[in-house]
Design a protein around this ligand. Structure first.
Ligand code: NBP
Length: 477
């Protein structure tokens, strides 16, 4: 049998992706560095579809119809380069290598450029949804050439998740590294979403005094409204779970140190390079870092805290409603920032990314899937040149309606000493954008004072410098 597609790298993601292709009627060639994984897959799931197991790179390549479609699902970084080096010499012009791993987009750009010289299409494709998504339908963010998408798109559309309106959660994001860039920002937004939810939980617990089970119910209620999303849904599941060994709430027996694999950090690093303020994502990455500083936290436990007391029952219920407003408003801001970063990357690298299409393919399959994304899609579809989500009339109105409660939540958080870095960073961004005048004028004055860095005036064109060390007269620079 010749296979229409091949998957190399059959750990949890690759295996499930291969099964997904097979279940959708494609003949799938299989390969893994360690052949045992290949044989295990066929032994366990062989009846799900047509699999062509192979052991060597040569056999694998020979099993594929031309032009070849070769999906690489190995550990990101050096293993991906090793696999490319192994297969590229065996391929012919027109063949496609699809990297579905979590590659850094700069690596994807380099690999695409190198393979293009050989006539091979390299498609860096972000895949979101974890192992369950890989099997039942992920959100897929492919970059690479138009030509490769023409050959791959229909297959990807078939195996991808479908949004509620039936639209496949895959689109050609843009050339070279565009897909992995968008996947990176997706993960950054995921970090921000998780942090905001964690803050809401923390406030409901330590300010309002609710139990994890009660908070699970609050999240379940929220999930029937505008916050309806996968992350809110699983939050309720996690919060209502009881540890079998101790009978305690599960969240109380897990160590409070959040780990990370690095895509959130990449998002912030790249945002710094691009000069895009993704403060919500940055606070989420830093919050995980703070949680991990065990010694520092231990040494700081005796630091003075506020004397305020938790709210009484009536106040707690009202506060919970306010937290919903704060969470929603902060979420609007973190998506505003994330989409801003995609727009900036698109501009910097000439990707011409359709922001509405990105929102559309995140509606299903991926971790941040939510009803909310349909609204973002609509906002960009109505106005593709939207300067930012906060410029959309509906989002502006909603955040305006939420802002009093949002501020009230932060007042309580501050008074009671509960950290809410995500909520506060989001509000600071909102207030900064709203401000007619920012203190940046003073910053410019200081820079001119100590470094003669010059400034621009509000009333005249040109660059100016004040002779701070002399008679303080102004000169044109
Ligand atoms: P891993 O990231 O754990 O990678 C294991 C696979 O890489 C195995 O097939 C292994 O072969 C292969 N491999 C390694 Br390690 N070094 C190799 C080398 N030098 N040459 C050839 N093969 C090599 O697997 P995963 O968790 O399934 O993830 C696959 C990719 O998908 C990663 O890039 C990951 O970041 C991404 N991703 C994961 C998730 C998720 O939820 N796990 C979600 C979205 C994306 P072996 O069997 O011979 O050791």
């Amino acid at each position: 049998t010749t296979a229409q597609i091949g998957v190399t790298g059959l750990a949890v993601m690759g295996r499930n992706l291969a099964r997904n292709f097979a279940r959708n009627g494609y003949a799938v060639a299989l390969h893994n560095r360690t052949a045992a994984r290949t044989h295990d897959l066929v032994a366990e799931f062989g009846e799900e579809g047509v699999f062509v197991p192979t052991e060597t790179a040569k056999e694998f390549v020979a099993a594929l119809e031309r032009p070849r479609r070769l999906v690489v699902m190995v550990k990101a970084g050096d293993p991906t380069d090793a696999v490319i080096q192994e297969f590229a010499p065996l391929l012919e012009p027109g063949d496609m290598i699809i990297d579905g791993g979590n590659a850094h987009f700069a690596d994807t750009r380099r690999r695409e450029r190198e393979l293009r010289e050989q006539g091979i299409h390299f498609v860096g494709a972000g895949v979101s949804g974890g192992e369950e998504g890989a099997l039942r339908g992920p959100s897929i963010m492919p970059g690479g050439s138009e030509e490769s998408y023409a050959a791959l798109g229909p297959m990807l559309e078939k195996i991808s998740a479908k949004a509620e309106d039936g639209a496949p959660c895959v689109t050609h994001v843009g050339p070279d590294g565009a897909g992995h860039f968008v996947k990176m920002v997706h993960n950054g937004i995921e970090y921000a979403d998780m942090q905001l939810i964690a803050e809401a939980y923390h406030l409901l617990r330590d300010v309002a005094g609710y139990s994890p089970a009660q908070i699970a119910d609050i999240f379940r209620t929220w999930n029937t409204g505008r916050l309806d999303s996968y992350l809110i849904e699983i939050t309720a599941e996690v919060l209502s779970h009881v540890d079998a060994a101790t009978g305690k709430p599960f969240v109380d027996v897990v160590q409070d140190r959040a780990e990370q694999k690095g895509t959130g950090r990449w998002t912030v690093q790249i945002a710094l390079d691009l000069g895009v303020p993704v403060s919500g994502i940055a606070e989420a990455v830093f919050a995980r870092a703070v949680s991990g500083h065990a010694e520092l936290r231990e040494a700081s436990r005796e630091l003075a805290g506020p004397s305020a007391r938790p709210l009484d029952d009536a106040a707690a219920a009202a506060f919970a409603d306010q937290v919903e407003q704060a969470l929603y408003a902060s979420k609007i801001v973190s998506y505003t920032q994330g989409f801003q970063q995609i727009a900036a990357g698109s501009e910097e690298y000439g990707w011409d990314i359709d922001l509405g299409a990105v929102a559309s393919i995140w509606r299903g399959g991926c971790i941040i899937r939510a009803a909310f994304l349909d609204r973002i899609r609509a906002a960009y579809d109505t106005r593709p040149d939207l300067p930012g989500l906060l410029s959309d009339g509906d989002f502006a109105r909603e955040i305006g309606e939420a802002q009093d409660d949002w501020r009230a939540v932060l007042v309580q958080a501050t008074r009671q000493g509960v950290p809410a870095p995500g909520f506060s960073a989001a509000l600071a961004y909102y207030d900064a954008l709203r401000s007619a005048r920012l203190p940046a004028a003073l910053t410019q004055g200081q820079r001119d004072f100590f470094g003669a860095h010059t400034y621009r005036r509000v009333d005249r064109e040109g660059s100016f410098h004040t002779l701070w060390g002399g008679d303080r007269s102004e000169v044109e620079a």
